[in-house]
Design a protein around this ligand. Structure first.
Ligand SMILES: C[S@@+](CC[C@H](N)C(=O)[O-])C[C@H]1O[C@@H](n2cnc3c(N)ncnc32)[C@H](O)[C@@H]1O
Length: 229
């Protein structure tokens, strides 16, 4: 798979300070990057591949960033709740949704998901590249457990994660582990309900690096559906 067009902000993630919280880190990250005038929030192609066949309903997008996925869903009739910890990126995403003519289809909510979680049950719960160098031990797993609990009967949980660093890095640029699909599945197995595994794969895609070089990166795709009983 090739994904060389810019989709979301791609500055290098800074090393967090010892006092950074999720809110201070991600707010600083987004304030430190001003999108160019011609920049457009685009949906992740892997997300489109996985969500494209689902019938429109209600969706929860966790760590929505610049809003490309939420806007894509709203354009296809979904009613979306989109969540991020950064007020700056939520403002930008809301402006992009208004520009795309789908402001009414998306509710933007500011949460640090390690502290609060949106109310409701959804047909699709999505966590796309929900990685954070300031997340504490077990924090991502707890968020994913809440995400699973928010999937209604017959609904879908779609978790796409980086499974490795871009090939142009000789050393990991940040000191945090990238999760595996098996770890996400073990979170689901520890919770209530039964799940069918629809997609469980790791694939390598091409992408453009900071100085224009083409490299590769591995991503892990996990799509599961809650059995309707
Ligand atoms: C790597 S970015 C991915 C953004 C988007 N989902 C995408 O696919 O481009 C991770 C996003 O998760 C958000 N995030 C990280 N930790 C969070 C937390 N504890 N609560 C809410 N959002 C968080 C960040 O602000 C950021 O927008």
């Amino acid at each position: 798979m090739t994904d060389t067009a810019p989709r979301t902000p791609r500055p290098t993630m800074p090393v967090p300070t010892s006092t950074d919280t999720a809110q201070s880190y991600w707010e600083g990250f987004y304030r430190g990057w001003e999108p160019p005038a011609d920049w457009v929030a685009r949906a992740n192609p892997l997300f489109v591949r996985e969500a494209g066949a689902l019938p429109a309903g209600t969706a929860l997008d966790l760590g929505c960033g610049a809003g490309g996925d939420a806007i894509w869903l709203a354009e296809r009739g979904w009613r979306v709740t989109a969540v991020d910890v950064s007020a700056t990126v939520l403002r930008r995403a809301a402006a992009a949704a208004a520009e795309a003519g789908v402001a009414d289809g998306i509710e933007w909510q500011e949460h640090d998901l390690s502290r609060s979680f949106p109310d409701g049950v959804f047909d699709l719960v999505s966590a796309q590249f929900l990685h954070s160098p300031v997340a504490g031990v077990g924090e991502r797993e707890a968020i994913l457990a809440s995400a699973a609990a928010a999937v209604g009967p017959g609904g879908t949980l779609l978790v796409i994660s980086h499974a490795g660093w871009p090939s142009w890095f000789e050393e990991p640029p940040l000191d945090f582990r990238l999760p595996t699909n098996a770890e996400v599945l073990s979170v689901l197995e520890a919770g209530p309900g039964e799940w069918a595994v629809d997609t469980d794969e790791v694939l390598t895609r091409e992408l453009t690096g900071p100085t224009g070089e083409v490299g590769t990166r591995d991503d892990a795709v996990l799509r599961v559906s809650r059995l309707p009983h």
